[in-house]
Design a protein around this ligand. Structure first.
Ligand code: CU1
Length: 179
């Protein structure tokens, strides 16, 4: 169990780093009027390396704006605008990225999306050169290990005695019932 548990933890820890997630904005609805994108975002975790895919018709576009313009539904200072109908946005930095539809009235109608981007789950960041240092310590741990096995056999032995006792009691009871 200990080994499978460790393997499971390893898999869980390494999966987000290996397999970046592509989120289709609005799921099957896409980037469209009348979709509640606040609800769509809730419960999802976005990380650096993930991708957002916007699918939309010709009446819509995707504008990347700052928070103030997001709140004000002002696309005039958008840093990026996409209108190709199928826009993939790679999440490259930690922080919240704001999107609105610049078509008049659409942002006010709810076509606005704020994505909180978290850091990628990365295990290789831990310093590996320091790990060779523990090698001399196993020799010093050798002496206590010879004394440590002694406490465990009595435990097992007492359990064995207990189970033998139980078997004995059961046999006596069965003998009494049968006789
Ligand atoms: Cu729109």
């Amino acid at each position: 169990m200990g080994l499978t548990g460790a393997v499971a933890i390893l898999l869980i820890a390494s999966f987000p780093a290996i397999f970046a997630v592509t989120f289709q904005v609005g799921d099957t609805s896409g980037w469209e009027s009348g979709v509640d994108y606040t609800t769509w975002v809730s419960g999802k975790t976005f990380r650096v390396g993930d991708t957002l895919e916007f699918k939309y018709g010709p009446t819509h576009s995707v504008s990347v704006v700052d928070k103030a313009d997001f709140d004000a539904c002002d696309s005039s200072a958008a840093t990026e605008v996409f209108s190709d109908g199928d826009t993939s946005i790679d999440l490259t930095g930690v922080g919240t990225i704001h999107f609105i539809c610049p078509t008049p009235g659409h942002c006010l109608g709810g076509m606005k999306l704020a994505i909180p981007v978290l850091a990628a789950v990365s295990s290789p960041a831990t310093p590996s050169p320091s790990t060779p240092s523990p090698s001399p310590s196993p020799t010093s741990q050798q002496s206590p290990s010879t004394t440590s096995p002694s406490p465990s056999p009595p435990n097992a032995a007492s359990k064995g005695v207990m189970s033998y006792g139980m078997i004995g009691v059961t046999m006596v009871l069965m003998y009494n019932i049968m006789s």
